[in-house]
Write a protein of this length. Structure first.
Length: 283
């Protein structure tokens, strides 16, 4: 019984309150004298304890033939109420901490993520934290890896917009894709850049290829958030204009088709590719 009393102490009962409650569970309704006897507390203390427990809503008073008797609130009902109160306090704490966190949104701190496993965990947590919108620039591998998390947020009403050069292995949300076979893209790009924008407030930029040692970042920095959104927007606009202008075939099956289509499109726009900035991994 001592072990049970210790457990009651963990949820806010005093040791004497635990003794009284378990005594009443064993037999009730009973009077104060019998409570004291069964709970092994003094008669001078038992009524203060009982009155305190009545005030807490843990014990109820019954008047029977002029006598005052006591019985416990059923423990299942009590525990249900305690769970609701505990969850309510947690929700209040969460709201308070969210409010404190929102006060930090103007900061410019950038947090580095050192390894691929940590990046995956951070990306999953970021996706799951979304309240309104998620913008993604990802590869097929990452789209598949986070498919269930993204679907869960979509089902909660979060707006999902995804851009990819590869096929996107889901059809919920708004998807923009060149639909190029992944094996073909790997011929020219060994890196798999990932961008995740949540609620237009936080971003994660990372490397999907776990064979490349690269530090990923997560931040609320407004400038970097805007730059990331601009990058996704430009990729989508470029894809849309190539399709509208008829430069993309119905299905791209090789990287050669993609490169040729891009070259013809840029020529139409009068872009001299030799005078344009190059990617870090371009020769």
């Amino acid at each position: 019984m001592t072990e049970v009393h210790d457990l009651f102490k963990e949820i806010g009962f005093s040791i004497n309150e635990a003794k009284v409650y378990t005594a009443l569970i064993a037999k009730s309704p009973i009077n104060g004298y019998e409570v004291a006897k069964r709970a092994n507390v003094t008669r001078t203390m038992v009524y203060d304890i009982l009155n305190r427990m009545v005030a807490k809503g843990v014990v109820e008073v019954i008047m029977q033939s002029g006598a005052t008797l006591y019985e416990p609130v059923p423990y299942k009902e009590l525990f249900k109420r305690l769970k609701q109160e505990y969850n309510g306090r947690l929700e209040a704490m969460e709201e308070a901490l969210d409010s404190m966190e929102s006060e930090q949104r103007g900061d410019n701190y950038i947090r580095n993520i050192a390894d691929h496993e940590a990046m995956v965990a951070e990306m999953r947590a970021l996706i799951r934290s979304a309240k309104q919108e998620i913008y993604l620039s990802i590869w097929e591998e990452e789209a598949e890896l986070f498919r269930d998390d993204i679907r869960a947020m979509h089902e909660r009403g979060v707006r999902i917009i995804t851009f990819s050069f590869c096929s996107i292995p889901f059809d919920f949300g708004v998807n923009y894709s060149y639909d190029i076979p992944t094996r073909e893209l790997h011929k020219i790009w060994s890196r798999r850049r990932i961008i995740v924008v949540v609620d237009r407030e936080r971003i994660l930029i990372g490397e999907g290829n776990d064979e490349i040692e690269e530090i990923s970042i997560i931040t609320r920095n407004t400038m970097l958030v805007e730059m990331s959104i601009d990058q996704i927007l430009l990729d989508i606009i470029h894809l849309h204009e190539m399709k509208q202008s008829g430069f993309l075939p119905g299905k791209i099956t090789s990287i050669g088709q993609y490169n040729g289509a891009v070259a013809r499109f840029h020529k139409l726009l009068g872009i001299d590719i030799e005078r344009m900035p190059k990617r870090a991994d371009q020769d």
